[in-house]
Design a protein. Structure first.
Length: 341
């Protein structure tokens, strides 16, 4: 019996998993290396020494970041002409972001969006386009900031990292080139949409794409601002921004929920010689409390409220369908046409 040779995609998936495992092992080794040298009692004292004004400013940056990210789904609402109120779209984005940060994108960014939007009447195709546009919006700002930070050497990769300084510079240039291509295509392309594997991909206007980049960039800057404030000016903001952006892509590459351990390992590897270890770890712990745990506590009741509203919406729709079956039957072709446009 003849068997088919493994496909190129299969080899690519194996290589991708191998690189992810290798990177995860590197992170684990870095955590062990730096963790065993820490004085945990001193770390706790450093946390207690963070003054109230610093905490309030860091909390304000955290609130500002979530407020900006809550606007991300408004782009999809506008572009796709969704029959969803602005407040509900922002609430859904907030819940998804909080769960995404703590449990990973498959749970938060993707899973919760499908769950919550479907509860208020959006079909799978519409939700898929919302997820896609939200991802593009979020990462467009990263491409700009990381492209600048890496291309202009805001941060140097730790010794022993295979990417090296030149590799990081090339990566930065590639990110900027991709972003320029996206905005340039939005401005100049004559063809505005394509269908790939049954999915329609559309280009926004240049102004819309630029606004996506600006909103996303503000969000990433506010997150880095939390860490800068908590580090109490031990290092300059461009360096904090560069290290944070490097840690963000490292966390995304390893698929570790909340980037747990990855963020700490990168910060220790790059800033360990500049910032006292106890103060650095105290800042990172406080950052996780302010940006991960506290928003999650707020997102849980909001999620249950959205679930209750979605259940009520579904019951109302079912009652309308039962009372007016002829109108419901007539509306189905129209909904199908709307989903295709």
């Amino acid at each position: 019996m003849q068997t088919n040779p493994p496909s190129r995609q299969h080899h690519y998936q194996l290589l991708k998993r191998g690189l992810a495992v290798a990177f995860f092992l590197l992170v684990a080794w870095l955590i062990y290396r730096y963790g065993r040298t820490l004085d945990w009692q001193q770390i706790w004292r450093s946390v207690q020494q963070i003054d109230r004004s610093t905490l309030l400013l860091a909390a304000a940056c955290s609130i500002g970041s979530y407020a900006v990210y809550a606007c991300v789904d408004l782009f999809a609402r506008h572009a796709l002409r969704l029959q969803v109120s602005k407040a509900k779209a922002m609430a859904i984005a907030f819940v998804c972001y909080a769960f995404n940060l703590n449990f990973g994108s498959w749970v938060g960014s993707i899973g919760f969006r499908y769950r919550l939007y479907s509860r208020i009447g959006l079909d799978a195709e519409q939700v898929t386009r919302v997820v896609g546009m939200s991802l593009v919006t979020n990462w467009s700002g990263y491409f700009l900031l990381a492209g600048v930070a890496f291309a202009f050497n805001f941060v140097k990769p730790p010794a022993g990292w295979e990417i090296g300084r030149l590799g990081l510079t090339i990566a930065g240039v590639a990110l900027l080139a991709t972003l320029v291509l996206y905005i340039g295509a939005s401005a100049l392309a004559k063809r505005r949409s394509w269908t790939i594997r049954g999915r329609e991909l559309s280009l926004p206007s240049a102004g819309f794409a630029t606004l996506q980049v600006l909103v996303s960039s503000l969000n990433w800057l506010l997150i880095a601002g939390i860490l800068y404030v908590l580090l109490r000016q031990h290092v300059d903001f461009p360096l904090v921004l560069g290290v944070f952006l490097l840690a963000a892509i490292a966390g995304a590459a390893t698929h570790v929920p909340a980037g747990l351990g990855v963020t700490e390992a990168v910060f220790f590897a790059v800033l360990g010689s500049r910032v006292p270890h106890a103060e650095l770890f105290a800042a990172l712990l406080t950052y996780r409390a302010l940006y991960y745990l506290m928003p999650l506590c707020a997102a849980i009741p909001v999620y249950f409220l959205l679930e209750a509203q979605g259940r009520s919406h579904k019951l109302d729709a079912e009652n309308d369908a039962a009372e007016h079956p002829e109108e419901t039957a007539a509306a189905i072709p129209q909904q199908q046409r709307s989903a295709q446009t």
